[in-house]
Design a protein around this ligand. Structure first.
Ligand SMILES: [Zn+2]
Length: 499
């Protein structure tokens, strides 16, 4: 995209953002006519932008150390065309005739977060100086209501669901994720009002981008309270798993202290419902023991581990050593940032620190990296699309500055400021300002400061949420202040991660 076309596009983007900004300021008047005008303005903007698409080079070669993640290719390349990986190997074997960019980075598959609560990640950390026995206990305490659940409900009531989701997605991307679970669902009757979850990270439970451009066509179902699912729904979910309409069912289960009998009993109830079957993954499982892990492995049920949130709330985490010995496939995810990590990169560092304190360590470095890339892709049954760097998969990539001779250690110990680039579907969405402007010269990039490092963010306009990042944060800050709390940082910085 060069010359006049690039200029036109730039002008188009500015027009859109300016019109959108104006439209959002009109929302306060709350008249139907003005709401309609806002929707019309945004629709015109989307049309104008679509006329200028595609907006970035459709093909590019990235040069760097490539972690596939099974293998490491020193001085390698990843060739990308129309959102997909079309070649990978030593740089000497790169396809000729494609523009090559030397990234001076390590190139990993984008991180896949199978356990999060995206719209809650705008809240500051929540710490009580008590160790709870189960999730049901802390959800009942008064301070949880004041600090989290009441302001969260009010935010939604006041119409800030899309903004909350946008903040959570950006936060996840700043932590290296390209796919997340636990985003805002399609809560509004008008389907065009639910499009605000498009355009940034892949939301694997509601809009991944793999099944056309309609929200809520996914084959992955995420359950926070599986014991509250009605019998009718239980039967429907099993039927959908049988027919292939659903390929992955991910549920919170047995979250509590290792000695909590009630949390452990959830496993028996879930088993009695007939859910120990391939395609199912259990989040947490802190209260489970070796016998249950054996049953998970026998029935090809996965486990999603969130150590930081477990330790902060219950003082212990899942017996992943026993789970691994029994042959359970284990992925890692941050849960949410109030009690877990700000993102997956930060959770990996937490897990690496925890792991180094075990005797002997439970996981190897490469294994931990796979637990955030290829393993969650397998558990989500999306390993034919994401989770690895190989020809034919979508170009979801994470580039990090090399800090250790061992590229696996580099990722495990990286700080968010060391992320060079996050690419989703072949589109650079976030990264170092210099690399982003090299890859997206004609685009309107938005500045974000991460721990003193100048980063850029590119956000495709979608209806229902302002494109301007500063506008999203200002709106959320003002709303949260009304409820006596403040907007969380995107990430805690170096040296403060474990506090
Ligand atoms: Zn959770």
């Amino acid at each position: 995209m060069e010359g006049n076309q690039g200029d036109q596009l730039r002008k188009g983007k500015f027009y859109c953002v300016a019109a959108e900004q104006k439209a959002y300021t009109l929302v306060g008047f709350r008249t139907e006519w003005k709401k309609m005008r806002m929707k019309y303005t945004l629709a015109v903007c989307m049309l104008v932008l679509s006329l200028f698409s595609p907006v970035v080079a459709q093909q590019i070669v990235l040069r760097g150390t490539v972690v596939t993640p099974d293998d490491v290719i020193q001085d390698g390349f990843v060739a990308i065309q129309q959102g997909k990986i079309v070649g990978v190997g030593p740089y000497a074997d790169r396809p000729r005739g494609m523009q090559a960019v030397a990234t001076h980075s390590i190139i990993y598959p984008g991180l896949i977060d199978l356990h999060d609560h995206i719209t809650w990640n705008l809240f500051p950390r929540w710490r009580e100086n008590v160790q709870f026995s189960t999730r049901y206990q802390w959800q009942q305490v008064t301070s949880y209501g004041i600090a989290l659940s009441t302001p969260h409900a009010q935010l939604f009531q006041d119409g800030f669901g899309c903004q909350s989701n946008r903040f959570g997605e950006v936060k996840a991307i700043v932590g290296g994720a390209t796919s997340v679970v636990g985003s805002l669902g399609p809560s509004k009757p008008d389907s065009s009002d639910n499009q605000c979850i498009m355009g940034l990270a892949r939301n694997l439970d509601f809009y991944s981008g793999f099944y056309g451009t309609t929200v809520n066509m996914e084959k992955l179902r995420y359950e926070v309270f599986p014991m509250q699912v009605s019998l009718e729904q239980v039967n429907q979910i099993k039927a959908d798993l049988n027919s292939g309409k659903l390929t992955s069912y991910i549920v919170h289960l047995a979250e509590g202290n290792t000695t909590d009998a009630n949390a452990a009993r959830e496993f028996n109830m879930f088993q009695a419902q007939g859910f120990l079957r391939p395609g199912v993954s259990i989040i947490h499982g802190v209260a489970l023991g070796r016998a249950q892990f054996r049953q998970l492995a026998t029935n090809s049920v996965g486990l999603i581990w969130s150590p930081r949130s477990n330790v902060e709330l219950y003082g212990v985490t899942t017996d992943v050593a026993a789970a691994k010995q029994e042959g359970v496939k284990i992925a890692i995810s941050p849960d949410w940032s109030p009690s877990g990590s700000d993102g997956l990169l930060q959770e990996l560092k937490y897990a690496a620190t925890w792991n180094a304190g075990q005797y002997p360590p439970v996981f190897g470095d490469a294994e931990l990296v796979k637990m955030a890339t290829s393993v969650p892709a397998e558990l989500a049954r999306l390993d034919d699309k994401i989770g690895s760097i190989k020809t034919g998969l979508y170009a979801d990539l994470l580039l990090v500055k090399q800090s250790d001779a061992n590229p696996y250690k580099t990722l495990l110990h990286a700080n968010p400021a060391e992320i060079r680039l996050v690419m989703i579907n072949g589109t650079p969405v976030y990264g170092d300002a210099d690399l982003m402007s090299a890859l997206r010269p004609s685009q309107q990039l938005q500045p974000v400061n991460i721990c003193g490092s100048a980063k850029s963010l590119f956000i495709e306009p979608v209806p229902g949420v302002p494109t301007l990042w500063s506008q999203v944060t200002e709106m959320l800050s003002a709303e949260l202040n009304r409820w006596g709390t403040s907007l969380s940082v995107l990430t805690q910085c170096e040296g403060t991660n474990l506090h």
